[in-house]
Structure formats: C-alpha cells, structure tokens
Design a protein around this ligand. Structure first.
Ligand SMILES: Cc1cc2nc3c(=O)[nH]c(=O)nc-3n(C[C@H](O)[C@H](O)[C@H](O)COP(=O)(O)OP(=O)(O)OC[C@H]3O[C@@H](n4cnc5c(N)ncnc54)[C@H](O)[C@@H]3O)c2cc1C
Length: 575
C-alpha cells in the first residue's frame, strides 16, 4: 500500500478564506443577509424558511478541505477528468445538499463526476494529495442524509458510470456500474426473462448504492434483501488501489457460490463510503414469473400480534413471491398521486392488509399457490377477512385515480414510485417476527406522546407501519414511517425526539438498528455509548471496523467522520 501523503495539506496557510466569505465562513445565499438592501419579498421569504448561508469552513481549525487546497484540487480534478466534470458552482452544489429525510442541508465544496474506474482512482489520488474529503454519491435517496458530507469536501457523483457490463439471463446475474438505476436494470433484466429485487424506493435509485445500503424489498421472505444478493464487487480503496472480490478475483467463471474463502465481498456492505467506492458489482437476478395471482387477507382490529402470526405462516409455507403487511395508510402512499388521493385511499382500505403475490409458469400454478395459502390462512385465522379480487377491482374502478393494473405493477413488476408526503423517517430490522408487534406498539406510544409536550402530538394515523418477514420468517423488518415538514424546524425536532425515544425502547425489545449504521455512529460519544450498552456485542465490531478504516484510509478522506487522533467526531450529525 503506498505511503500516506499528509504533506501537501499541512503546508497550506491556515484559515485563509475567499473575500466573498463572511467571518463565520459562510457564502451568503442570494437574497440572504448582505446581498440585498432594504425590505424585499425574497429576503422575507428566505427568513421565514430559515435559509442559512452555505458554509465554506466547517471546522474550527481545519486540516482537511482548506480553502487553498480546494482550489488546487478543483484544478487537478479538471485536468484529470476534463474541464466540465468538476465544479464548485453553488447552483450545482445545492442540488446535492438535501435528501428526502429530515436532516438539515449540508454542502460539499466541489462536485465531480468520474466516468470510469480509472477516473475514480484519479479522484482519490487528488483527494489524498490535497487532503480533501470524498463522499461517493449514488442517488442521494437514503432519507437519513447518508451522503451528506460532514465537513464539506468532494461529492463524487457516479452517475456517468452507467454501463451494464454483463447480463446473463441463464445464470441469472448482472454486472453493473454505480450509475445503473433500478429502472434501467429491471427493463434490461426483463428482456432476458429475469427481474431484480426491487425496493419500494424511486426507480431512479442506484442499484449498487441501494444494495450496499440494504435493499429492503417485498420478496425478502423468499430471496432475502438485496444485500444478501451481492456476488462480488470491484472497489477503489481510499488509497486509489483496486480490490476485486469473489470468484472474479481469481478469474473463475462468475458463480453464485462464494469462495474459496476468505471472501471479503460483504466488507463494503454498510461501509457507506467509509472504506472506498464500489465501482462495479455483480448482483443476482431472479426468474420473472409470467403469471401472477393474489389473495387479500385483511383485518380491521389493531392487533399486530395476529398479523405477525399470519405473516409467519405464509412465510414458512414459502409459496408466495412477495409478502408484506401494509397498513391502509401505506396503500394510500403507494397508490395515490397526491396527498389528497393517498388520504382518500387510506380511508377506503381495511386497516391491516396482507400483500401476498404468487407467481407461476402457468396461470393455474399461480392460482393454485394462492388458493392453498388462502385455505391455510382461513383455517388458522378465522378472525381475518378475505376479500375477493372483485372487491378490490370494484374499489379501484369506483375511484378512477387508483388503477388496479398500476397497483399490481407497483408490487410485482416495476420499480416503485416516490411516496408523496414529503420527508419521512423510518424503522428497523427486528430479530424475531413476534417482536414486531411490541416494537411497533412502543414506537407508536413514543411518537404519539411527544417528548416534553402533549400538545399537538402526532396523530397515530400520521405514522404508517408495514411489517414483513425476512428469510422465510426467521427474522423481520418493520418500517415505521413518520412524516415531517422539512421546512419546519419545530416539526423536525419533534420527530427527532420522538424517534430517538422510540428507537431506544425498540432496541430493548429486539430491534437491530438498521443493521449497518455502526460505521456512521463510530465516534459520536452518546450514540456509541448507547449502542454499546444496548448491544454489547457491537464493541468488537466497532474495534474491527476502526482497524479496517485506519488501515485502508490512512489519510481519513473517504467519508471522514471521526478523527484518528481522538476517536471522536468533531461534529454531531444524526447519522
Ligand atoms: C420514498 C423513499 C422510499 C424508500 N423505500 C425504500 C425501500 O423500500 N427499500 C430500501 O431499501 N430503501 C428505501 N429507501 C431508501 C433509499 O432508496 C435507499 O436507502 C437508497 O438506495 C440509498 O440511497 P442511494 O442509493 O441514493 O445512495 P446515496 O444516498 O447516494 O448514498 C448512501 C450512502 O452510500 C454511499 N455510497 C453510494 N454509492 C456508493 C458506492 N458506489 N460505493 C461506496 N459507497 C457508496 C454514500 O457515500 C452514502 O454514504 C427509500 C427512500 C425513499 C426516498
């Protein structure tokens, strides 16, 4: 591994900032203080929306991302990638400063767009030379501000790398670059009789970044989450070196059997850019069933223990292709084009619904699987209702905005759409399926009795839950969504406090915090301590991660969060 290069960054003069920057190190936004004199509508609106200046200096005494180094790095990037592929223009940077979550905006200093693995290597070389932090950027849809650079630096947008390198419908895998999104790969896979595990995020979400992050999909009872379906990766390490994992690393035919071991393909799962950038990945595909059938078990009572038992039964039978419980409010969000439509649909649907989709090579096969499951459910859960398909058709025909065809496509053919209620915050993985009910209950109580006030609590119906079995019901996922107004600071604080409290309680009942945020929690004093108390077995994992990080990223430039000297973060961020 090449020696780390600290010299260039340390040589640069301290704290010199460009003249347009204020004493607080912020670049005034148009219409904000300093740029407009006298009363102005824009200034008033800016004030009301609490728009702040774009910070240029994000650390009191920066070693990384120093103003002088940034301009040298920008020049070097332009030379390496081409003039048009690196910029520090505020109008471009602001497009990367938010996601659909509730984190306040965070700005990078530079955005660059490499077009190849070699370009990514060049970007890391420049970043090491000038000590600039790098944040690999997939599509910026994480909802937890995962791509927000804590201290600014370089946003490395990978969307130009948009090739499907190999697509094999017979052995059912695809080798892709990070710019490939779900819509692109799903469309290509369908051409060869396959499909991929599509989560209910936007069709524009990156397949690689989503698989690295988790990929929670409604087929997870049968096939697992996307993260279980990574065959191998090509990674550019923070030092600029390339690592290839899995069968491809020793020239073997791409197979689905891992090894020979040790196989480090999963090292970058949940590393979230802290250990380098994945520049190619092989993911599993699955056969596309030509025929589908559905049954519609539903339940009006708020008894999630009953719902969890029913899910377990269907999961263990393993006949269904897609399986999840959706609250009426979730159907609303999926199907409605607007908030008004979503609310209307939520009113029309039964409170709890089991989404069960069966696939078959023939219509008869799909129908048979559906009817066997329905009979088994009716026998064990006589308290539930079983809607005939016609009832759903009637419902959708009476409300022309809900198109049944579209509904079926959402769930079993295409990628999903964005939800409509603005920003939201989500739940977590659960160790055992039966723990979903108490965890959900705890979350609902915590979130409806807000910390510090009982005024204007979240109405229970404002929050949506869905439950789904994972790996034939061995484990489970609970999504608990709360909706916030991104522009309302008070609303954000309220949700954050409620969510923090709900999460603490839920962890005591078996919640596994989104499985992989350890890399982002490292160094946050309270969070690291709380995590270690709630899950003592996380301590060795944190130690190993720390060792890996320091070995693979000697200059601490790839998604830098905590300082190597102190082991602590300089700045608190939610994740
Ligand atoms: C409305 C909505 C619904 C959603 N529903 C679902 C759902 O059902 N299931 C689900 O799984 N997710 C869901 N999500 C979450 C979201 O889509 C995924 O978490 C998302 O794919 C991750 O964001 P991204 O792909 O845009 O990556 P980004 O936000 O760009 O990046 C996330 C993190 O990964 C790192 N990263 C990105 N690319 C690379 C790379 N090539 N190499 C190394 N590190 C990299 C980044 O540095 C960052 O730390 C939803 C999101 C929204 C907005």
């Amino acid at each position: 591994m090449p020696k780390a290069k600290m010299a260039a960054g340390q040589r640069i003069l301290r704290d010199r900032i460009t003249p347009s920057v204020t004493a607080e190190g912020e670049v005034p936004m148009p219409g904000s203080r300093g740029s407009v004199s006298g009363p102005s509508r824009i200034r008033q609106a800016t004030k009301e929306r609490r728009v702040v200046g774009r910070p240029q200096v994000m650390e009191k005494d920066p070693v990384h991302n120093r103003a002088e180094n940034l301009s040298l790095a920008l020049e070097a990037l332009r030379q390496a990638l081409g003039e048009e592929w690196a910029t520090d223009s505020p109008s471009i940077l602001c497009g990367y400063a938010r996601d659909q979550g509730m984190q306040p905006a965070a700005y990078a200093h530079i955005v660059c767009m490499p077009g190849s693995t070699e370009d990514v290597q060049a970007v890391y070389r420049v970043a090491n030379e000038y000590l600039i932090d790098i944040m690999p950027y997939g599509t910026g849809l994480s909802t937890v501000g995962a791509h927000f650079p804590m201290y600014g630096g370089l946003m490395m947008d990978l969307r130009r790398m948009d090739r499907i390198i190999e697509l094999d419908g017979e052995d059912m895998f695809a080798v892709i670059q990070p710019g490939i999104n779900f819509l692109m790969l799903q469309a290509a896979a369908q051409q060869v009789g396959c499909r991929l595990l599509n989560p209910s995020t936007a069709a524009t979400a990156g397949v690689i970044s989503n698989h690295l992050f988790c990929n929670i999909n409604t087929m997870s009872s049968k096939y697992g989450f996307g993260m279980d379906n990574i065959i191998d990766v090509e990674v550019v390490l923070p030092t600029g070196e390339i690592v290839v994992t899995g069968p491809a690393s020793y020239g073997a035919v791409k197979g689905h059997v891992a090894g020979p071991g040790p196989d480090v393909s999963t090292l970058w799962r949940y590393a979230l850019g802290t250990l380098g950038t994945v520049t190619a990945m092989t993911v599993r595909l699955y056969p596309e069933a030509p025929f589908h059938a559905q049954v519609f078990p539903c339940y009006e009572e708020d008894r999630l223990d009953v719902v969890a038992d029913a899910l377990y039964l269907v999961a263990q039978d393993n006949l269904s292709l897609e399986l999840a419980h959706l609250m009426n409010s979730f159907y609303g969000i999926f199907m409605g084009e607007t908030n008004a439509e979503a609310s209307k649909l939520a009113e029309l649907m039964p409170r709890h619904n089991l989404l069960t989709i069966f696939g078959g090579e023939t219509e008869e096969e799909a129908e048979l699987k559906a009817s066997v499951t329905q009979r088994s459910l009716e026998e064990h859960f006589p308290m539930m209702d079983y809607l005939p398909a016609e009832a759903l058709l009637d419902l959708t025909e009476d409300n022309e905005y809900v198109d049944f065809e579209k509904w079926v496509k959402f769930f079993n053919v295409t990628c999903r759409v964005m939800r409509v209620r603005g920003s939201f915050f989500i739940g977590a993985l659960i160790d055992k399926i039966e723990n979903m009910a108490p965890v959900e209950k705890g979350m609902r109580v915590a979130c409806t009795n807000q910390v510090g006030t009982t005024d204007d609590p979240l109405a229970p119906d404002d929050a949506s839950t869905y439950l789904q079995p994972y790996h034939m019901g061995r484990s489970a996922y609970l999504e608990y969504d709360m909706y916030t107004n991104q522009a309302d600071k008070d609303d954000l604080i309220r949700i954050m406090m409620g969510y923090g409290r709900a999460t603490g309680g839920a962890m005591a009942k078996g919640m596994v915090f989104a499985a992989g945020l350890t890399a982002l929690i490292k160094g946050i004093p309270g969070a690291e301590l709380a995590l270690s108390v709630a899950r003592p077995n996380i301590i060795p994992l944190l130690k190993v991660f720390t060792e890996f990080k320091m070995a693979l990223d000697p200059n601490n430039i790839s998604n830098r969060r905590w300082d190597y000297d102190t082991g602590a973060v300089k700045k608190i961020s939610l994740f």
